[in-house]
Ligand binder design. Sequence first.
Ligand SMILES: Cc1cc2nc3c(=O)[nH]c(=O)nc-3n(C[C@H](O)[C@H](O)[C@H](O)COP(=O)(O)OP(=O)(O)OC[C@H]3O[C@@H](n4cnc5c(N)ncnc54)[C@H](O)[C@@H]3O)c2cc1C
Length: 427
Amino acid sequence: MTSGSKTTKADSAAHDACDRSVDVAIIGAGIQGASIAWWLTRLDPSLRVALIERDTGFSQASSQRSASSIRQQFSHPINIQLSQFGLQFLREAPSLLAVDGEAPAIGLTDPGYLYLAGPEGASSLRAQHALQRQHGAPIELLERDALANRFAWLRTGDLSLGTLGAGAEGWFDGPALHQAMLRAARAQGATLIQGEVAGFEMSGAGRSGATESNATAFGATDAPRKIAALRLADGTRLVCGTAVNAAGAWARPLAATAGIDLPVHARRRTVFIFSCPSTLPDCPLVIDPSGFWFRPEGRQFIGGRTPEDDADDLPLEPNLAEFNETFWTGLAHRVPAFEALRIENAWAGYYEMNLFDHNALLGAHPVVDNLLFATGFSGHGMQQAPAVGRGIAELIVHGAYRSLDLSVLSVARLTEGRRILESNVIG
Ligand SMILES: Cc1cc2nc3c(=O)[nH]c(=O)nc-3n(C[C@H](O)[C@H](O)[C@H](O)COP(=O)(O)OP(=O)(O)OC[C@H]3O[C@@H](n4cnc5c(N)ncnc54)[C@H](O)[C@@H]3O)c2cc1C
């Protein structure tokens, strides 16, 4: 194991005999925590792995409030590769995640994403398409006439082209995947502990008892060296060899208790459910050049856009005002049949938005060597969870990535000032 050493008898003896002790403590049992636990218990069944989750009903967890879509149309190779593995995993999920012969229904469907561009965006869409093809993503380039022929319900007059990943992109039942992953991880031996992690107990060269107030930007210079135990809000301790921050949109306050200022902010996104009397044959997930998106959801549609007021920690209630004139006219412009749409419902969830560069922050932090991160997904964490869980598990068990090298997404890039540029961040 890496910094994620197994707790030794001597370590444990140093602590109160009543304390619980595990090899790996994963904070947050959303899709990321569940995936890490599943991979860990698969890679090394002897590991004692605990998931610590404050709300086992997951009432606010993003993994239960996601649009749960998967695409290969990214502009950075690592994001393409993460989703390629995600798709493969989703296809095999019913057998991989079966427990006692019961295979979960994940509901994967693959009509693709359709990215649209007008004259201004066309050259960049072409360049991205070339890169995606270079990385084995089977994305088609459709000039305007081809778009009009393929999707008769789409207004194409102001478009130059589109890119479509039919058969290689789509959507799935995210809450079902989350629950299946969690159940399978527990069946493989992971423990789920209900409790809120209030802070860390430090050991090693630095100071102990770091608090939010003494955290510095992107990592304290004199921060503690090692986590000895988690402190739970009920006053109990959990001794651990390695801790993983998989706390989603709450990863930042948790990191602050270890003296680390993480640029991950809880940003509310509203998803609208609407109906339309007409059907749109073969409708993919459409990304309009103006930025909004929509896709079918059963017999209805869901869609959303980046809100104008994008403050941190807004209450998790849908903001119906976001379905305003601009959004409605945008939808009706792109799909004339949407002139007759009717809003049916809406929900809201938090993006765990990485304001540094809108990409995942993974692996060990340079200043606390047995604290690993799996956060900052900025709207694409469901599809990345299978590959991220595997990668973090490899780091813990083998000390290095063995399958897909995720080091480009290292959380250490915050201290190095190295940004990963991804043009295709939705909302
Ligand atoms: C509206 C919306 C649409 C989305 N659409 C897509 C999409 O189409 N495709 C895609 O790939 N991704 C999408 N995402 C993103 C995706 O849902 C998230 O990236 C992913 O669910 C994050 O999973 P997580 O496990 O990190 O976080 P969560 O699911 O939020 O889990 C974190 C857990 O940590 C727990 N926790 C927090 N702090 C503590 C603590 N101190 N102690 C104990 N427990 C704690 C919380 O209770 C929570 O259950 C969308 C997100 C939203 C909100």
